[in-house]
Ligand binder design. Structure first.
Ligand SMILES: C[C@@H]1N[C@@H](C(=O)NCc2ccccc2)[C@H](O)[C@@H]1O
Length: 449
């Protein structure tokens, strides 16, 4: 292995209680809200076909125009309690909220810049209101922070000259100061979700990113920070020069989901996902397909079945309200989670091979296995293959525990589960199976002879 001073400081998953809590979440909410929400993905009557929160980078938008949008920011319908209650009903266990996106506008009254909500007509501290309201609903709060800051004169995409390095040193101190004040002002923060760290300037700042991470963790012990913050001293990101993941979980799954367990390399990970095809900030027009609650339920299940968390994004309008499509997705997911959350919360990879009818999840610290069924074969019987020497003890419906399902054993680790005759599922449902090991089976069979 390569001798590294600023690579990963741990091999394998964190084993502390704070990380165990993170690992148990299953479902989270992302919220992207900022000045881009005012433009709604369009400018001068033309629609931007990129991600709406990137509209400042569109050639049609003069930077000075964009940067003066803060003078209009006054979300009169912003009601953080309503936001938190919608999230609670949806069944999310944590929220990740944009404190500062790439445009550099701060939704908290930072003392290190004038470009903040304190200087908008709204004036009040939005981050505080979100942190307090979600914490009150029992939802853990994580803060999104973009290192890349298009508004800051000292931001550099690369460090080509001495001047670049002198400026970027000032920028790094500014970044450290802002993050320090965020953790001091909002000590309930459970973790930081970093973004905007792909440029060469940051790849050349591996040692700084390492000391910054350690500094932040000294302010809030147990703080959870993903792999997107760090670079090692050779400019490697996510995995260091020895292929070891830096940070507490892998943050590479943006708008994509791993196909197999092998793809997650034994790491903790989250998948962050948009309801439209792309775009995190509010856009008046959603281009292409946007996801139904059914698709979001399947993605949540898929992520939990591979040991990760699914974090679904909501982009409120500039006035603080959510669009109907997002309200509907939250409501319908919540209705499903109300009945089926046992297969999502505190669950992990079941180490069973994927089968056509849906996904396996397994209760952490327990042998209970859940089958979340999305596809019922025409003959109404589900073929279930379990790990070697493992067979079904009892199969029952999560939503009707007294309904025991008839199972026909094919061999030690395969069975057919027959659905009850009259059962006509109209939404994904969960079968709970108590497993038994082959040695148990043999004992029972011997007892019979
Ligand atoms: C969470 C999202 N990340 C921001 C972004 O710039 N994504 C572009 C990107 C896409 C894939 C890997 C790294 C970066 C988007 O604007 C959202 O904030």
């Amino acid at each position: 292995p390569v001798a590294l001073k600023h690579g990963a400081h741990r091999v394998g998953k964190r084993t502390d209680a704070d990380m165990a809590k993170w690992r148990s979440y299953g479902l989270g909410q992302f919220i992207h809200w900022g000045l881009y929400s005012i433009l709604e993905g369009k400018y001068n009557g033309k629609y931007y076909n990129g991600a709406a929160e990137w509209i400042r980078s569109w050639k049609e938008v003069p930077h000075a125009e964009y940067d003066s949008l803060y003078k209009q920011f006054n979300p009169e319908n912003f009601n953080p309690t309503q936001w938190a209650k919608m999230a609670k009903q949806m069944g999310v266990k944590y929220v990740t909220f944009t404190t500062k996106h790439h445009d550099g506008f701060c939704l908290w009254p930072s003392q290190y810049t004038q470009y903040t909500v304190a200087n908008s007509p709204y004036k009040k501290d939005i981050v505080k209101q979100v942190v307090d309201a979600y914490t009150k609903e029992g939802i853990d709060v994580y803060l999104y922070f973009s290192v890349m800051d298009w508004s800051h004169p000292d931001w550099r995409t690369d460090l080509k000259t001495k001047e670049d390095s002198v400026a970027f040193d000032r920028f790094k101190l500014f970044t450290k100061n802002q993050l320090t004040e965020l953790l001091k002002m909002y000590p309930q923060t459970k973790g930081l979700w970093f973004d905007g760290t792909w440029d060469t300037s940051w790849k050349k700042s591996g040692a700084f990113s390492d000391s910054l991470e350690q500094h932040l963790k000294s302010l809030i012990p147990g703080l959870i920070i993903g792999s997107r913050l760090r670079a090692d001293e050779f400019g490697n990101r996510h995995n260091d020069a020895n292929g070891v993941l830096m940070g507490d979980y892998e943050q590479g799954w943006e708008r994509k989901i791993p196909k197999t367990y092998a793809d997650v390399h034994g790491n903790d990970w989250d998948c962050v996902m948009t309801i439209p095809e792309n775009g995190w900030g509010y856009a008046e027009k959603w281009l292409g397909h946007w996801k139904t609650s059914y698709e979001c339920i399947e993605m949540t299940t898929q992520c939990v079945s591979l040991g990760g968390n699914f974090v679904l994004n909501f982009g409120p309008k500039a006035d603080g309200t959510f669009r109907p499509e997002e309200i509907t997705v939250a409501k319908e997911m919540g209705d499903w989670m109300k009945v089926n959350n046992a297969a999502i919360y505190d669950c992990e990879y079941a180490n069973c091979e994927k089968q056509d009818w849906g996904y396996f999840t397994k209760k952490q610290n327990d042998d209970k296995i859940y089958m979340v069924v999305f596809n019922v074969p025409i003959n109404g019987s589900l073929k279930v293959k379990l790990p070697k020497n493992t067979s079904i003890g009892k199969a029952s419906l999560l939503q009707a525990p007294s309904t025991v399902l008839s199972t026909e054993q094919l061999d030690y680790n395969a069975s057919y589960i027959q659905l009850p005759k009259g059962m006509k599922p109209t939404s994904p449902f969960v079968i709970v199976i108590d497993t038994k090991q082959q040695s148990q089976v043999e004992t029972e069979q011997k007892a019979k002879t």
